[in-house]
Design a protein around this ligand. Sequence first.
Ligand SMILES: Cc1cc2nc3c(=O)[nH]c(=O)nc-3n(C[C@H](O)[C@H](O)[C@H](O)COP(=O)(O)O)c2cc1C
Ligand code: SF4
Length: 452
Amino acid sequence: MTLTSFGPANRIQRSPETHPLTWRLRDDGEPVWLDEYQAKNGYAAARKAFADLSQDDIVQTVKDAGLKGRGGAGFPTGVKWGLMPKDESMNIRYLLCNADEMEPNTWKDRMLMEQLPHLLIEGMLISARALKTYRGYIFLRGEYTTAAKHLNRAVEEAKAAGLLGKNILGSGFDFELFVHTGAGRYICGEETALINSLEGRRANPRSKPPFPAAVGVWGKPTCVNNVETLCNVPAIIGDGVDWYKSLAREGSEDHGTKLMGFSGKVKNPGLWELPFGVTARELFEDYAGGMRDGFKLKCWQPGGAGTGFLLPEHLDAQMYAGGIAKVGTRMGTGLAMAVDDSINMVSLLRNMEEFFARESCGFCTPCRDGLPWSVKLLRALEKGEGQAGDIETLLGLVGFLGPGKTFCAHAPGAVEPLGSAIKYFRPEFEAGIAATSAAVVPPLARPIVVGA
Ligand SMILES: Cc1cc2nc3c(=O)[nH]c(=O)nc-3n(C[C@H](O)[C@H](O)[C@H](O)COP(=O)(O)O)c2cc1C
Ligand code: SF4
């Protein structure tokens, strides 16, 4: 699979007008270093932000553009920025870039960091200026060794050019930026677990409130944003709100473009920058090329392992948060996965829930105990050794681990694919129930009924 594939026969013309995130990419896939980045108008938005805009102007512009977080939850970025304290005396505050990216099937931030490291640095620099943060950290997934190498080199280049460090662009503003590699845990992507991990603590999510804007890293005001979110900031500041809002397709309530992708047994798996509101069918057929010969699309997930399964008939949904919500799930990271007709859903879900159970931080009981329980039931069903009532118990777990029932969003994300798989493919789960089991263990004799 290519990290940057731009459609069959490379037929997409990328330009600054239509592809604010990716137009500077090189065709050979090599990183765009500082000289080339600046030759391609790089850091022009930062210069504008420092010379012409007040800190409040930058926040307001991002708010007006309607930029929403690209880390999965879709929280409005300008609103989050507005939560940082106004009190100037609180001068120790941090900007964290969430580059943990461990969501299965998701590799969009990796591409940005490996090939356009200065776009992220410029986005962080403008954001730091707006948020008055004097120090930033890129919390990077440990396995992303190439991204770490490229980001570290780009940070050094920016420092040498006076774009990071003291008195940036003669403004009197100081901003230091560090690349911090994590040890490779999915839960480190949850923003408060990330903060704990950065502090050297165990990566458990923190109780909210207080939110990081009030009490974050080392007890100081902190803003956490995703890589792709921050990479949108230079274009918004450089080219303006009206242009940015004009990028999305009609009908989309989200603005701008999004890195979207398709993996699985499609002809052309890849990653593309597309306007919000493009249909999943276009993404699947025109960009990913449809299924490989000999395979049929059985179902698909729109944005990572923590999103629900959809059927081929849902491909006409528009790819934006509200468009995917209309068909019953979440857009997530926007990197879709095709499941072909050779895949048994029980085995697929067993595999996924093993991942989610392993990555649970163990802090709250429903998730710590519920996810391994789902794995146990799915393993039995996979072997044809399930018992009557197992599917009801699984559905009980889906309810018991759903939104609002656990300490963080890990558990709800883990059970969303399970609930939708049972909804659409229940006969495959029923087929795993041993013929005699109903007589051996009647449903009411099962130990606990959850989520009732
Ligand atoms: C289990 C879990 C894993 C997460 N992993 C990531 C991740 O790898 N990258 C990311 O940006 N956000 C991740 N998030 C979402 C973050 O908590 C947070 O919402 C996000 O970083 C905020 O940035 P944004 O507003 O720019 O999207 C995760 C959330 C959960 C519950
Ligand atoms: S939901 Fe899971 S990952 Fe989140 S705090 Fe609870 S145990 Fe930890």
